[in-house]
Design a protein around this ligand. Structure first.
Ligand SMILES: [Zn+2]
Length: 75
């Protein structure tokens, strides 16, 4: 019935696989801090991480550094 809207695809910064944006955690860099964009309302450049256990582990371990690098490189 209702047609599916276009789902943006984003890349996980750790495994570099592509996923529909909805399945990824989004982070933005704000005032020198990495903030998880839980409500998907924060503006600015975002970095994405998928929810596989492997990537979540990496996120915990070197999340800040990795996200910082990813955000600096831009989209
Ligand atoms: Zn991943």
């Amino acid at each position: 019935m209702s047609s599916k809207g276009h789902v943006p695809i984003r890349m996980c910064i750790f495994c570099r696989k592509r996923f529909p944006k909805d399945l990824l955690k989004r982070f933005v860099f704000k005032k020198g801090m990495i903030v998880e964009d839980k409500c998907k309302t924060l503006s600015g450049r975002g970095a994405y991480c998928c929810t596989s256990p492997e990537c979540l582990k990496k996120l915990t371990k070197y999340g800040h550094k990795a996200l910082k690098g990813a955000l600096k490189l831009g989209n």
